[in-house]
Ligand binder design. Sequence first.
Ligand SMILES: Cc1cc2nc3c(=O)[nH]c(=O)nc-3n(C[C@H](O)[C@H](O)[C@H](O)COP(=O)(O)O)c2cc1C
Length: 400
Amino acid sequence: MLAGKKVLMGLTGSIAAYKAALVVRELKLLGAQVKVVMTEHGQHFITPLTMEILSQNRVITGLFPAGERREVEHVSLAQWPDRILICPATANIIGKIAHGIADDILSTIVIARGKDVILAPAMNARMYLNPVVQKNIAYLKDLGYGFIEPEVGELACGDEAVGRLADPRKIIDYLCWDLLATTKLAGKKILVTAGPTQEPLDPVRFFTNRSSGKMGFALAREASFRGDEVTLIAGRNNLPIPVGVNYRGVTTTAEMAAAVKKEFKKSDIVLMAAAVADFRPGVVAGQKIKKETSPTTLKFVRTEDILAHLGEVKNEKQILVGFAVETENEVGNAKKKLEGKNLDLIVVNNPLVEGAGFGEETNIVKLIDRSGKVEEYSKMSKQEVAKVIFEKLEKLPDRD
Ligand SMILES: Cc1cc2nc3c(=O)[nH]c(=O)nc-3n(C[C@H](O)[C@H](O)[C@H](O)COP(=O)(O)O)c2cc1C
C-alpha cells in the first residue's frame, strides 16, 4: 500500500519508544522505505541496532557523524522523505520545533523541512496538559503540522490519564490517510456499512454471524484516502476506527436500518459490506431464560432487507454497491442479487475457498457490474480489495 513512499521516522526519549519498533515494522510490511533518526535520549530507550534491522537502513544518531562526509546530511535527509513521523514525540521535541530550535540531528532536519511533519506525542499527563506544551501543540497545528493525539490509558508512571502514545495501528492509519489522499472522488459523500449485526434472544444471549468487519473497515479507510466525507456504520467489532471517518456503532439489524436510512439520502456512494442478519428471534425475553425453562424450538422472523430497500428508493445519481457471500453458483446468484436489488455493482466471494473466509486478512472476489461484466481477482489483502473496488467505482460513468 505504501510502495514508493518514503518515511523518515524520528524517535525521541520516551518510554513509548519500543512501540516505534512496531510502527517501523508495519511501515516496512506495507512497502514504505523507512529511515530512522534517533535523538541521544531516544537511544536510552531502544537501540539503534533494533531500528536498523527493522528499517533495513542505517540509523542516523548524530549531527556530526564520524568518517567521510559527502553531503550535508541534515539537509539531504530533510528533502528525502514524503513525511517525517516523530514517534514517540517528547514534550522536548515539540517545544523545540515550535520555537525553531535546531540543536541536534532530528530537530535540525525538522526545521530544515518545515512541513510534512506528523507528531505522535507520548508523555506523562501532567506534562501533556501543561499549558506550555498545549500552546506549542496548538501553534504547530496552526502551522499545518499533523498530530496523532495520545490516548487515555495507563501511563508508565502508573497513572490512568491522557498521554499514552496512540495505538500503533492508528499511527499507521493516520500516515496512510495522509500519504494516500487523492481527490479522485472529491465532493462525494460515501456511506459504508460493516460487521455483523446481533439479534437478542434475551438480555444475555444473541444470534450473530462470523463477520469481523475487516472488509467494511478497509472500504471506509480506502474511501477516506480519496478525500471524501465518509460515514461508517458498523456492528460490534474490535477494529480501530479509520482516520477521517465518521463512525456510528450499532448492534441490531433494526438499528443498522435506522442509521443507514438517515444517512442514505445525503450519500452519493453506498457500500453495504455489513453482514446483516436475515432473521431474528421472534420473541425477545425480558429476563434471562433459565435452563429449567429453556425452549427446545425457537421461532424466527425475517429482519428488514436494508439493501433491497435502498435499491428501491435510490435515485439515478446514487451508486449502490452490494456484497454477496455465496458458497455455490457464485456468479449466477450474485447476478440475481444485483438485478433483484437494483445494485450498480456487486462484490462476491466464497468463504469456503481458502483465503476468502470471514475474519481473514485476505479475500478473493469477483466484481460484477450492471452490464453483467465479471472481473475476477486473485487472493489479495482486504485493503487491496477495497482499492480495486474504488478504482472500479471511479471508472463508472459519471452521473452528475
Ligand atoms: C524513564 C524516562 C521516561 C521518560 N518518558 C518521557 C515521555 O514519555 N515523554 C516525554 O516527553 N519525556 C519523557 N522523558 C523525559 C525526556 O526523555 C527528556 O525530556 C529528554 O530531554 C527528551 O529528549 P529528546 O526529546 O531529545 O529525546 C522520560 C525520561 C525518563 C528518564
